[in-house]
Ligand binder design. Sequence first.
Ligand SMILES: Cc1cc2nc3c(=O)[nH]c(=O)nc-3n(C[C@H](O)[C@H](O)[C@H](O)COP(=O)(O)OP(=O)(O)OC[C@H]3O[C@@H](n4cnc5c(N)ncnc54)[C@H](O)[C@@H]3O)c2cc1C
Length: 413
Amino acid sequence: MRSDHEAASPATDDTPEQAVFRARVRAWFDENATPRADDDLWEVTGFVSPDRAGTEFEEGRRWQRRLHEAGWAGIAWPAEYGGGGGEPWMARIVNEVARDYRESSGFIASTIAMLGPTLLRHGTEEQKRHFLPRLLSAEYTFCQLFSEPGAGSDLAALATRAVRDGDEFVVDGQKVWNSAAQFCDWGFLLVRTNPDVPKHRGITFLLVDMSTPGIEVRPLVQMTGSAHFNEVFLSGVRIPVANVVGEIDGGWGPARTVLANESAFIGRGTRPTSTRLVELARLHRRERDPLVRAGIVDLWTRERLQTLMGETIQNAVRAGKPPPIDGALIKLYAAESKRRAGDLAVGIMGAAATAGDTDPARWARAELYGRFSISIGGGTNEVQRNNLAERALGLPREPRVDKDIPWREVPRS
Ligand SMILES: Cc1cc2nc3c(=O)[nH]c(=O)nc-3n(C[C@H](O)[C@H](O)[C@H](O)COP(=O)(O)OP(=O)(O)OC[C@H]3O[C@@H](n4cnc5c(N)ncnc54)[C@H](O)[C@@H]3O)c2cc1C
């Protein structure tokens, strides 16, 4: 099996132009970033240490700024909005090369991937010119303010209320599970502006400055000890009407664009887990165990298929075409791979995985716990299966008893 470094940069069939571009990107990264080393194998990312979470976020912001200054951030976005005006394949190559180096924009990359295409498609000219360059340079970092205690899978049931007062909306309500909201400068927020129409038709999509009076962010501590996400309380928060993305009461369209890009981003190829499992099997002398070998090859195959599917979706999204593979499929696939990887890591290590104090043990535990993050965030496995059943297989839709009645009349707990 190939080394991690090789596997992270899959063999490509670059055209001569692409090969020249790849060499240029690699030369910049060689000069400005730190190549991944063997001891990075057990690195665990994503606000793992509560003490370092804020620093990690700011490091991501600084790195994103450097990528932007060098012209690699948003290389396929229009130049008039701070992008590079390049081809979709350029963004793919930058991502592939970047995976071989330690520095990363971390969480910030996820909201750029979600909000960027949404503003490009639904934003006003003024919003695009103001927000897109600042999004790319991480001058503004954004959190997603969608979920509520009574609206997760059924997001359109959301109850955070916005009432118009002249040129502003006054917002009251509560959001929850908002990743990195404790660090972000801005949020993209879904609110109910019309309770008298069916739930999907009375929602508005707003951009909100997180320092606006009336916003309180309370971190939620998870079983890992870290606080990846937050509760966000909004009390009398005044947001300019100019910050509406899309139409007033027409926020479901931009919200769907965010969700489609979120699924595609979560399912995008990451550093391979199979290489770590090979090393783990060697460390624990299990590399000749047929079940361990079969499990690793299964994961290795899944990783390659996942990378290919992710690229196919990303290329289509960047080219403004509908994704040829349903984002639900790739996210579900990634969630299942994560589950298999965690089970295999624990199977190889035995009790050392849960009780050990070594780097491999910490990594195995993160794999084990991480399954819940990917199988719930961005839409649960069950909801993704429903989506596939309806969209891909054309099976009868789930009964939707509240689809045509005003939101105000829908029973709520
Ligand atoms: C790591 C992580 C990060 C997140 N980040 C953010 C963020 O930044 N911003 C944000 O707004 N939200 C965020 N979320 C929230 C996430 O979007 C919701 O948790 C998710 O949509 C599920 O909603 P819920 O938790 O309310 O569960 P519920 O919708 O209450 O679901 C409970 C259970 O019922 C099942 N279920 C529900 N409906 C159906 C159905 N129709 N058919 C079959 N089963 C069903 C679900 O699959 C689940 O098992 C994040 C979540 C996680 C785990």
